[in-house]
Write a protein that binds this ligand. Structure first.
Ligand SMILES: *Cc1c(COP(=O)(O)O)cnc(C)c1O
Length: 500
């Protein structure tokens, strides 16, 4: 299986090269050259497999230049009981007849990004070795909160790699900051940048593109790479849990093999839901993919009208991981739906960067409407949905998942579709404890409480244990207290790598 770029269909690289590079040299995203399918027999064989067995099967279809042993090592290094609090890895919770919640938050950082960022670090050194590269890989991350911690946990102590995370000193929550500054591991560094997220991000970009830095690294046998969400090595692992959810329902007898299922996905960068699209193209019986947005509803408008328009007000919402106006992974969907027409993608992406708007033609729009449905929920609806779900189903969900649940209720009211449906739960309610407590107990309950008291209040109210990754954070030792201005970031990198 070879990979091409969404902006150049003549490019042809192996999966190892695609993972090592992250993004194509022309700025496009890597996609499989041809359609990958899974036979009904293989699907049937997977019913009795564990999550790791299913992951090996699905990933081996995409990473054909990795050996079976290598894939097994990667999968077992990522999805084990030391890392995931649930033995099932991605358990399904039955909310009521026909509605299920896929809990994707039992990883070390309590959000679904662990599914990709626990395994990418295992792919990365193997991908480098396979492409004849013996350099040590240095991952640079600029984070607004969640990705940094997930990447740190994933890359910690992985041989052949180092990771340096830059976060905006005053741009992350107390819990997020402590999650990062107490990070253990012999190959990790965490740096507070004096400035906002844009400063951290442009600082990292400057380091990546500085020729002098590149030469220095090469001489010292280091190579930069990125753990960005557009890396194919982050997307492929997400395809697995769509299969796993389906197979679990078949296994429990709640679904007959071959019958269709809907998936609802709280969406930001379009990575998670795109993995669901690939699962469907492989032959998984998926009816509709329901794209749930918050008030930054650029995708809802796009799916309904065919016009992508990012020229709109940016809203800071209670589901911050979905506060995005440019959904990078959408480019892959458009490439697939235009039957790999790179010229058309180039045209649309140029229009997006020049004017902020592009419109797809009616044929593509129709295909999108057959596959997807979309709506959005604002913050008031999000809070009400958390409260409702807790009172009516005795089940606690976070703000992102609540957006999904609210949009699903709208879908059922609008379409009357009663196909069994799985809602992806992308974060633990404890990760967004402040909003969840507010939803359950009201604004008053927050007065004078810090985030750690709120964790305890949420635990008492729900009867659930605080996840170990968030517990006792205020008692852990702070191991990282390096600060830097944007200008000092290259010097910090050299110091960390001992090449100053
Ligand atoms: C990243 C994230 C999302 C959005 O996922 P995309 O793949 O960017 O669409 C949703 N919820 C949570 C909790 C996240 O961390």
């Amino acid at each position: 299986m070879f990979y091409e770029s969404t902006r150049n269909s003549n490019l042809s690289v192996t999966s190892a090269e695609a993972i090592k590079m992250g993004i194509a040299p022309d700025g496009g995203l890597f996609v499989p050259h041809s359609r990958v399918s899974i036979s009904q027999q293989t699907l049937a064989d997977m019913v009795d497999m564990s999550y790791t067995g299913r992951a090996e099967k699905v990933l081996s279809l995409f990473l054909t230049d990795f050996t079976g042993i290598e894939i097994k090592e990667c999968v077992e290094g990522a999805y084990n009981e030391e890392k995931f609090a649930s033995a099932e890895v991605a358990p399904l919770h039955k909310l009521d007849n026909g509605t299920y919640i896929l809990e994707l938050y039992h990883g070390p950082t309590c959000a679904f990004k662990d599914f990709a960022l626990q395994i990418l670090p295992h792919f990365m050194p193997r991908a480098a070795a396979k492409t004849g590269d013996t350099d040590e890989i240095v991952i640079l991350v600029a984070t607004s909160g969640d990705t940094g911690k997930a990447a740190l946990e994933g890359f910690r102590d992985v041989p052949g790699t180092k990771i340096i995370v830059f976060y905006p000193e005053n741009g992350v929550s107390v819990v997020q900051k402590l999650q990062m500054t107490t990070q253990q591991g012999n190959n990790v560094a965490v740096v507070a940048v004096e400035g906002n997220f844009d400063d951290a991000q442009s600082g990292v970009k400057d380091i990546f593109t500085d020729p002098a830095m590149k030469n220095l690294l090469r001489d010292r046998h280091y190579k930069f790479s990125s753990a960005n969400s557009i890396n194919w090595g982050r997307l492929a692992p997400q395809i697995v849990y769509y299969f796993s959810a389906y197979l679990d329902m078949v296994k429990s007898g709640d679904l007959n093999m071959g019958r269709p299922l809907n998936f609802v996905v709280p969406t930001g960068n379009f990575g998670n839901i795109l993995a669901g699209f690939y699962a469907k193209t492989m032959g998984l019986p998926v009816n509709r993919l329901i794209c749930a947005s918050n008030e930054n509803n650029v995708l809802t408008d796009f799916i309904r009208t065919g016009e992508y328009n990012r020229k709109r007000q940016f809203h800071k919402t209670l589901s911050p991981s979905m506060d995005i106006l440019i959904s990078s992974n959408l480019e892959r969907l458009l490439y697939e739906l235009t039957d790999h027409d790179a010229d058309t993608i180039l045209k649309w992406m140029a229009q997006l960067s020049e004017t902020g708007v592009y419109t797809v033609d009616s044929g593509i729009r129709q295909k999108i409407n057959e596959l997807f449905w979309s709506d959005f929920a604002d913050d008031t609806e999000t809070l009400a949905t958390i409260k409702d779900t807790f009172e009516n189903h005795k089940y606690l969900i976070d703000t992102h998942t609540a957006v999904g649940k609210n949009v699903y209720d709208k879908y059922v009211r609008t379409t009357g579709d009663n196909t069994p449906t799985v809602i992806a739960s992308t974060a633990s309610p404890f990760k967004f404890n402040k909003s969840v407590v507010r939803a359950l107990l009201g604004e008053e309950a927050l007065k004078g409480k810090d985030e750690f008291e709120l964790l305890n209040i949420l635990s008492r109210t729900s009867g659930l244990e605080i996840p170990s990754g968030l517990r006792d954070l205020d008692k852990k030792t702070v191991l990282h207290n390096t600060r830097a201005t944007k200008v000092e970031m290259p010097r910090v990198v050299k110091e960390v790598l001992n090449i100053a």
